[in-house]
Design a binder for this molecule. Structure first.
Ligand SMILES: Cc1cc2nc3c(=O)[nH]c(=O)nc-3n(C[C@H](O)[C@H](O)[C@H](O)COP(=O)(O)O)c2cc1C
Length: 478
């Protein structure tokens, strides 16, 4: 067994649920804290528009290798004392195949800030998590993380075959590219997105950045074996995630069938064989309802190096979720005030990615049909848009959660829009940064968590309605 890696990985949780405070707390215990890089540019600009009250973002920006870029960002977004609550946040441009230079600079800086703050004040490793499905911001985000010395890159929601090679190039400040899947493209037509530090970084190009370990998140040993063989560079380990995990889940193998509650049915083919994983010869961590000391010991006995845990950390004091949202969930669990159909619903439709997405049934969130239907559709963050080929041959972007008529005008099928929810805006609301839309409509949250939400009772001390991430670690190692 490879002893140099930590046993517990705090899973990356977007958007900024696993922010730098959570990751730092976990890493300081000697386990692995992981920040989320998803939509990190929007997180940075909203923190600045909220006045960066404790000064952390500005302190980190002062350490950014290009002060010219850092100053441009402050000039564009920082509001002393914070914006007025009912004023909308100013938004950066949306990512495209070729994104504007200022947007790429912002994303590099935002990822740098998050990793810098998570690493500040200790010498333990820190990771960053991004999603293959949110492809266009990934290269600039990873470059920013590399500039801050990130130690691990963990990536799920897709097959990140090209990332290992991209990390090799980016660690030398060289240009890297990724293939973009374009709906409607015919075979032989290839679209790529490229990030070249030399074009973006205003001449600041460190040559010897550390190449972090790369761990893809997989849902089967076949996929893991395939990635190990076909990736463009070295893979250093795997996270093996089951459909009980919070966030997005891999769809069931074979055609999607739903049970009477409307949730995807997973079967024996979706169970990962740990023996086959161990035979690949790389360390691996089990994720998705493994967060007990007993299960940790059990999977280690079968060859796993450890576990990746999300849900228990998501509701700890250090997570980015707003205290209101956190305490409502915790007090419901402590008081056994749980809807008869259960707190968690694996929604096969809500995510514009097409992957099942777990939602917590709770109060006024867009998991509730009535709240969802009241929301006027708008697509103004655009991280989950997919590329498609327009009639004139150029490439556009569309999201099935955008206004239905817009989606249909772009050649999308009307039936694909049914039940799709704007995760971008909802997840920004979860962390207390909801957009104020035209007419004063405030974006509502949509919480995600895994089946381990029911374990919170094990961590809470009697009479307590909050707990720290360090208590989660103590529990898991007990
Ligand atoms: C609130 C929340 C957000 C998540 N977001 C992401 C994400 O952005 N990327 C990712 O790879 N996994 C995400 N996950 C999955 C976790 O990283 C982790 O693998 C999973 O939660 C482990 O299972 P558990 O929830 O049973 O502990 C998320 C999980 C939660 C609870």
């Amino acid at each position: 067994m490879n002893m140099k890696h930590p046993v517990i990985i705090q899973g990356g949780m977007g958007i900024a649920v696993s922010d730098w405070k959570l990751a730092k707390t976990v890493s300081q215990t000697g386990q692995l804290g992981v920040v989320s890089g998803t939509a990190i540019n929007s997180v940075l600009v909203r923190r600045l528009q909220d006045g960066d009250k404790e000064g952390h973002v500005r302190r980190a920006l002062r350490a950014f290798p290009s002060q010219e870029i850092a100053e441009q960002i402050l000039a564009s977004y920082f509001i002393e004392g914070g914006k007025e609550p009912m004023k909308p946040y100013k938004r950066p441009a949306m990512f495209g195949i070729q994104s504007p230079k200022a947007l790429l600079q912002l994303n590099v800086a935002a990822a740098f800030v998050e990793v810098f703050l998570a690493k500040e004040g200790h010498n333990n490793p820190v990771g960053i998590n991004v999603l293959e499905k949110v492809l266009l911001p990934n290269l600039s985000c990873l470059y920013g993380a590399l500039l801050a010395g990130v130690d691990y890159v963990i990536m799920g929601a897709g097959i990140p075959r090209e990332i290992p090679g991209a990390l090799d190039l980016l660690s030398k400040s060289k240009a890297a590219s990724l293939k973009v899947t374009v709906d409607g493209a015919v075979s032989g037509e290839e679209t790529i997105t490229t990030f070249d530090p030399a074009e973006v970084m205003n001449g600041v190009l460190p040559q010897n950045l550390k190449r972090p370990y790369f761990f893809p998140i997989v849902s089967s040993s076949i996929l893991a074996a395939n990635l190990k063989k076909k990736a463009t560079g070295e893979i250093n380990g795997f996270i093996v995630e089951s459909p009980l995990a919070g966030g997005h889940n891999a769809p069931p193998r074979g055609p999607m069938k739903l049970d009477e509650k409307g949730e995807p049915i997973y079967g024996p083919r979706d169970v990962v064989d740990l023996k086959e994983m161990a035979e690949l010869g790389l360390p691996f961590w089990m994720a998705g309802s493994y967060a007990t000391p007993e299960k940790l010991a059990e999977v280690q006995a079968q060859g796993a190096h450890g576990i990746q845990v999300g849900t228990l950390f998501a509701f700890s004091q250090e997570s980015g979720l707003t205290p209101d949202v956190r305490s409502e969930v915790i007090s419901r669990i402590a008081n056994n005030d749980v809807p008869p159909q259960g707190l968690i619903f694996t929604d096969p439709l809500s995510s514009p990615t097409g992957f099942p997405f777990k939602a917590v049934r709770l109060g006024k969130t867009i998991a509730d049909q009535e709240t969802y239907e009241k929301r006027k559709r708008i697509c103004d963050l655009g991280y989950l848009r997919h590329a498609y080929k327009k009639e004139d041959g150029t490439i556009g972007q569309r999201c099935p959660a955008e206004p239905v008529e817009d989606y249909v005008k772009k050649g999308g099928l009307r039936e694909e829009t049914v039940g799709r929810k704007c995760l971008c805006n909802a997840l920004m609301a979860d962390i207390g940064m909801p957009q104020v839309q035209a007419g004063g409509e405030i974006e509502q949250p949509l919480l995600t968590a895994g089946d381990d939400l029911n374990l919170l009772g094990r961590i809470l001390k009697p009479g307590q309605l909050s707990y720290s991430a360090t208590e989660v670690i103590t529990y898991l190692l007990s």
